[in-house]
Design a protein around this ligand. Structure first.
Ligand code: HEC
Length: 134
């Protein structure tokens, strides 16, 4: 009986808390934080950017922490993330970066909002701060 109870507690604990939260995120492929019901910068980053970018080191593309200090014009940065090609044509820094990264084309994200971009960049910066890089 006691053993059965202990077993039930362990199994119950295992299936309750964490996996359910995880499922909400993965199954729906949604980017909403289940606690705050706000879009979650980490999820947005993992789903859309992490195939090419690591928060704090170079991968297919450069690390993107502290990127807001490299781009003085925020609107241009937003535009770049929505469609880098357009900005490469008119901005010297973007052009240089494109050449430096062997003309690898970054996926356009025409539907991403400025707010979502800010959440992603806040997340990467928080990772960099956690590692003492910022
Ligand atoms: C297919 C790969 C790929 C994906 C996916 C991708 N990027 Fe990029 N990104 C690159 C590459 C490569 C560069 C370097 C410049 C170039 O080659 O055009 C870059 C450059 C950047 C830069 C400029 C960095 C700097 O130093 O100024 C930012 C900002 C950026 N990406 C943000 C993002 C964000 C945010 C996402 C997700 C929403 C994303 N990228 C998704 C490949 C990618």
């Amino acid at each position: 009986m006691i053993i059965k109870t202990i077993f039930a507690i362990i199994i119950g604990g295992f299936f309750s808390a964490n996996p359910i939260t995880e499922n909400n995120k993965t199954i729906s492929a949604e980017t909403i934080d289940s606690k705050t019901l706000q879009p979650d910068g980490k999820q947005l980053f993992l789903l859309q950017c992490a195939s090419c970018h690591h928060a704090t080191r170079d991968l297919i593309g450069p690390s993107i922490y502290a990127v807001r200090s490299r781009w003085t014009n925020k609107n241009l940065l937003y535009q770049y993330i929505r469609n880098s090609n357009e900005v490469i044509k008119k901005d010297a820094y973007a052009k240089k970066l494109f050449i430096k990264w062997n003309k690898t084309v970054m996926t356009p994200f025409p539907k991403i909002t400025n707010a979502e971009i800010e959440l992603i960049l806040n997340y990467v910066d928080s990772e960099a701060k956690r590692k003492g890089l910022m």
